[in-house]
Design a protein around this ligand. Structure first.
Ligand SMILES: Cc1cc2nc3c(=O)[nH]c(=O)nc-3n(C[C@H](O)[C@H](O)[C@H](O)COP(=O)(O)OP(=O)(O)OC[C@H]3O[C@@H](n4cnc5c(N)ncnc54)[C@H](O)[C@@H]3O)c2cc1C
Length: 424
């Protein structure tokens, strides 16, 4: 390989460049970025808005200059890729420049979904993904906001609620789903979180979709499908993400919801790879390929593609959705998929401040909810991955010590040992 192009300079693009450089000290690596910033961690944007991090803290991988120098890459900043001609392996820019590469890695991430809402105003409507999005919301907050409506009770939505609460902005969260974190949470855990949010002054409107919006002189009226409405000064739309792949032609390269890849991160076109939020990754609980937006996936997939593009033979073993979310003084850990069918194991700490739920599907843990104990979630997740991938091995010694040190962990061992789920 003489040269390679990476499209996108986020987490996945950075790790692809790093792996490429490690395997190929002499090749030309061109990175195309539609911003002029260093790779950002999107999950830190809300901490910046909340005032818990300086703006520079959103760029954990280093400054642009440090990265360009240490990886010896050619960074084309503020240079969005307009088209990739897959058959020719050519990258086309807005000015029509066309460059052919030996290898191309697509790492263009995703962007917030903007639904076609009737009357959606052009002003005072925010999303949260990039540092620019965070700047815009923070500017609005500094300008003074009397009320906010966050639409979407998602992982992103709750972090935006928290950031607004940090500035004492009266906030309502709405979703057409009946509860927060609709794809991860079990109903009784949600009930506890809802009660705590309401006690902190957050208003909740669940079970109703947005029907239309109307901009008025003193705010935005949002009308819901059940006929109710509220007036708010700003709206934050946190309704999920869509892969940023408009520069690809689905007639040339296979795309479902994201770019389709195999475990080597290869697309349907030889010498073109896709990584991070723009591709469909392997989800191992239900053995399917879906878009799983996780930082850890972007790290591993970028590394695999970078290495393979340079002649390596690495694989991405797959993952499943898991989130450890700290918000408004609580921690919710959701691992796996709450649509799993099976017996539910339940545990409450004697003091009532820690909850644990697990769904056991076909003898394996398919979904875990933990409220207010994040310490053992990593160990449990790794254990789940092994089991889902077919290992019958119990916890290793280190993990067992970690689990047994924790009061919740000890209770879980008792619980799991009496269920069909475990041979701990
Ligand atoms: C608020 C929030 C909270 C989150 N919380 C968590 C969490 O708790 N845990 C977790 O694991 N994950 C979390 N995530 C998800 C995680 O941040 C992403 O999965 C991860 O950052 C994806 O990295 P990426 O490199 O694929 O995409 P990105 O970081 O989006 O990088 C893609 C880059 O490509 C650029 N680009 C796009 N199109 C083009 C083009 N045509 N030409 C050139 N450049 C282009 C984009 O501007 C961007 O800079 C969160 C995300 C958000 C927004």
């Amino acid at each position: 390989m003489k040269n390679a192009a990476i499209i996108g300079f986020g987490c996945a693009g950075y790790h692809a460049a790093k792996a490429l450089r490690e395997k190929c000290p002499a090749c030309d690596i061109h990175v195309y970025s539609n911003t002029h910033e260093a790779p950002a961690n999107p999950m830190l944007t809300t901490y910046y808005v909340a005032g818990k991090l300086p703006r520079s803290g959103v760029f954990p991988l280093g400054t642009k200059e440090e990265i360009v120098s240490s990886l010896n890459i050619r960074l084309h900043e503020d240079t969005p890729v307009k088209r990739v001609l897959a058959e020719k392996r050519a990258v086309v820019l807005e000015d029509g420049t066309e460059t052919v590469y030996d290898e191309i890695i697509l790492a263009s991430g995703s962007h917030p979904f903007m639904p076609p809402i009737k009357g959606l105003p052009k002003r005072n409507v925010y999303v949260m993904r990039t540092v620019d999005d965070a700047d815009l919301l923070l500017n609005a907050i500094h300008g003074g906001i009397s009320s906010a409506l966050v639409i979407g009770a998602s992982w992103v939505g709750i972090k935006v609620v928290e950031a607004l609460a940090a500035h004492q902005v009266p906030t309502t969260m709405a979703d057409m789903a009946p509860r927060i974190f609709p794809t991860a949470i079990l109903p009784d855990v949600a009930d506890v979180i809802h009660a705590r949010l309401e006690a902190k002054g957050i208003s909740l409107l669940f079970g109703r979709g947005i029907d239309s919006m109307e901009e008025q002189e003193d705010g935005i009226v949002c009308r819901f499908s059940d006929g109710t409405s509220i007036k708010t000064q700003i709206v934050a739309l946190c309704l999920g993400l869509r892969p940023s792949i408009s520069y690809l032609d689905p007639a040339e390269i296979k795309i479902n919801r994201g770019v389709v890849v195999d475990m080597k991160m290869r697309t349907s076109v030889p010498h073109i790879y896709a990584v991070g939020d723009c591709c469909e990754a392997k989800e191992i609980i239900h053995d399917q390929y879906v878009v799983v937006n996780l930082w850890a996936n972007a790290v591993r997939q970028g590394t695999v593609a970078g290495s393979n593009a340079a002649g390596g033979d690495e694989s991405f073993q797959g993952n499943f959705t898991h989130n450890i979310t700290h918000f408004l003084g609580m921690d919710f850990i959701g691992i796996g998929d709450n649509r799993a069918q099976g017996d539910i194991l339940a545990y409450e700490s004697p003091s009532g401040d820690v909850m644990f739920r697990a769904i056991i599907e076909n003898g394996k843990i398919a979904c875990i909810n933990i409220l207010d104990n994040y310490k053992i979630s990593g160990v449990l997740k790794n254990y789940m991955i092994k089991r889902v991938l077919g290992s019958d091995e119990p916890f290793d010694d280190k993990s067992r010590v970690r689990i047994m040190e924790d009061p919740l962990g000890r209770a879980l061992v008792d619980l799991l040992e009496t269920s069909a789920a475990s041979d701990i």
